[in-house]
Design a protein around this ligand. Structure first.
Ligand code: GAP
Length: 461
């Protein structure tokens, strides 16, 4: 087993053991490519979403929020091009009948194939390399020709005929369509003027053919998307601005600069005029974290034509009428979550001992402060520790722990990335102070309870 696979296995195991991520429906033998966030996972995911939301809406004056429904008229997915063009190439092993995503299969054999290539292009590469490519499950080299497989997930919502394949409704394949179809509503109600953006966080669903690599590619996932509406001639300017802003977001989360890079798409998806991905160096290689796309006027034009509603913009100052262009920033919550964990995960030797520590940015840490009474059988220590815990929990997510020796309690908190541990001992009763222990350096210092709140505010907020 190589080191990267070993690191990935350790992260997956930590996620399960410490309540970050659970495989879905585990007591029923699982449910492929779906995961649940556990108690610490939901805190970390919420912290990521909150930071994204604040940086994209609250800290700007040109972006407003939206929360559109998952279900929308099926006409939207016709207009957007997803019913026809939203697909991945699928092949089937003729021996064991495993269904495989063709571009991923080629990639596993070090043959580059872009997911956005046409069916003909990818089949040509496939047949040129037939001798080299083996089924990962049975080793056979006998496959069907690659066929595009549509990724939209169908449902029977509102269809009571018993046959929903004829007139399906779809679970949304991307959140941004909800933004385009509400663009006019926002314009008319929120007193915004071009250039302006609409941001949304929400679930999306895709019938991914092969979903591996833990939460990197799942069939149900959450997106954080922002669509910025601009004058056509300003598109390149804002595109470059947003590229910089979005890259900086990951640096601000504390991700190491050497683990981030840009990837330019040569084969563009049907809606894009220009597309770059921000990639993170996962244990399984550099892979897409976020896409920044120049979508031109594709989406608003499509929805104007299909709905019969004019979605063009009338400039209130110049009376100029035009179809706005869109700059899209599209990130995944699960992928950011995984990148943050991979980046923070460390194993350290401490003398004879060792520890696993998540060196998370304190802003992201699920628990900010852990409070310990030195001994659990001393009611006076427990009482004081509870008082400290109660005074802090109003401002921060805290944890009270009186179980095991202090060393073990520190290790438990290190493993979930808690930046500060506070211990209440007998001196605390005399001096009204606590021992404050720092996660990264493991240094300990005494701090007076009068100064504690201010210290934590300065270092956590
Ligand atoms: N609206 C544009 C759009 O959806 P995308 O490149 O297909 O573009 C954007 O997806 C982001 O959504 C990706 O960069 C990734 O973070 C996340 N994402 C896409 N498919 C995913 C999946 N199956 N599982 C987890 N995250 C996914």
């Amino acid at each position: 087993m190589n080191n990267n696979q070993e690191k990935m296995d350790k992260i997956v195991s930590l996620c399960k053991r410490r309540g970050f991520v659970f495989p879905s429906s585990e007591i029923y033998e699982g449910f492929a490519a779906i995961y649940d966030f556990g108690p610490y996972g939901v805190e970390l995911a919420n912290n990521i979403k909150n930071l994204w939301w604040k940086s994209m809406t609250q800290w700007r004056d040109d972006v407003v929020g939206l929360d559109s429904a998952i279900f929308m008229s099926p006409k939207i997915w016709e207009a957007s091009g997803h019913v026809k063009g939203f697909s991945d190439p699928l092949t089937e092993c003729k021996k064991c009948h495993s269904r495989l995503r063709l571009d991923s299969l080629l990639e596993e054999h070090d043959i580059f194939a872009d997911e956005k290539m046409s069916e003909e292009e990818i089949n040509k590469i496939f047949s040129d390399n037939k001798d080299k490519i083996k089924c990962p499950n049975c080793g056979s080299k006998d496959f069907t020709e690659g066929k595009n497989f549509n990724l939209l997930v169908k449902s029977n919502l509102g269809n009571f005929t018993g046959d929903f394949t004829k007139e399906p409704t779809y679970l949304r394949g991307e959140t941004c369509q909800g933004i385009y179809v509400n663009y006019k509503n926002v314009l008319d109600s929120a007193r915004v003027k071009i250039p302006f953006g609409i941001a949304q966080i929400g679930k999306a669903f895709r019938n991914e053919i092969t979903a591996r690599q833990f939460i990197f590619r799942t069939r149900e996932f959450e997106q954080m998307e922002m669509q910025y509406f601009v004058k056509p001639e300003d598109s390149a300017k804002y595109y470059n601005e947003w590229k910089e802003i979005r890259y900086q977001f990951y640096l601000d989360l504390g991700i190491k600069p050497e683990n981030l890079k840009w990837h330019q798409h040569e084969n563009l998806v049907f809606y894009a005029k220009e597309a770059y991905d921000i990639e993170y160096n996962f244990p399984f290689g550099f892979k897409e974290l976020e896409g920044v796309h120049a979508r031109g006027d594709y989406d608003l034009t499509q929805h104007s034509e299909h709905s019969g509603q004019d979605l063009s913009y009338l400039d209130p100052y110049t009376n100029e009428k035009y179809m706005p262009n869109v700059v899209e920033t599209s990130a995944g919550v699960g992928r950011t979550f995984l990148a943050v964990l991979c980046d923070a995960y460390q194993e350290e030797n401490i003398g004879e001992d060792s520890r696993v520590v998540l060196k998370l940015n304190p802003k992201l840490a699920p628990i900010k402060i852990a409070v310990f009474p030195l001994l659990k059988n001393k009611p006076e220590l427990v009482k004081k520790a509870k008082e400290v815990f109660d005074s802090l929990k109003i401002n921060w997510r805290c944890e009270f722990d009186d179980n095991g020796n202090i060393g073990k309690r520190y290790r438990r908190q290190d493993e979930i990335g808690t930046p500060y541990c506070l211990t209440i001992d007998f001196d605390s009763l005399e001096n009204n102070d606590v021992t404050l222990r720092h996660r990264d350096t493991m240094k300990q210092e005494r701090i007076s309870l009068d100064k504690l709140m201010e210290y934590l505010k300065n270092n956590l907020s």
